[in-house]
Design a protein. Structure first.
Length: 93
């Protein structure tokens, strides 16, 4: 049917023999449930792309405008600043 050790290897998971037995049991239960779902008559049922009805749950990525006094305090406490920005080490070289 399936080999848990092979699946674990493909997923780069290190499993003990006990884990393999446990996951074999769990995987068998999942596959049995999928077989049960295959018996359901879905004729005429439209596919559902999403269930919430929301168009977008993301907010716009915008900076927050600070008052001049707050900006000066922040920059004064920064280890190093340049051109009204906090200077940090480069992430990419």
């Amino acid at each position: 049917m399936f080999d848990v050790a092979h699946i674990a290897k493909l997923a780069r998971l290190g499993l003990s023999r006990e884990d393999e037995k446990k996951f074999a049991k769990d995987l068998t239960a999942i596959l049995d449930f999928i077989d049960k779902l295959k018996e359901v008559d879905v004729e005429g049922v439209e596919p559902t792309l999403q269930a919430t009805g929301l168009n977008s749950v993301m907010r716009r990525d915008e900076g927050i405008k600070r008052q001049e006094e707050s900006r000066k305090k922040l920059l004064a406490n920064a280890p190093e600043a340049k051109d009204n920005y906090i200077k940090v080490k480069a992430v990419f070289d």
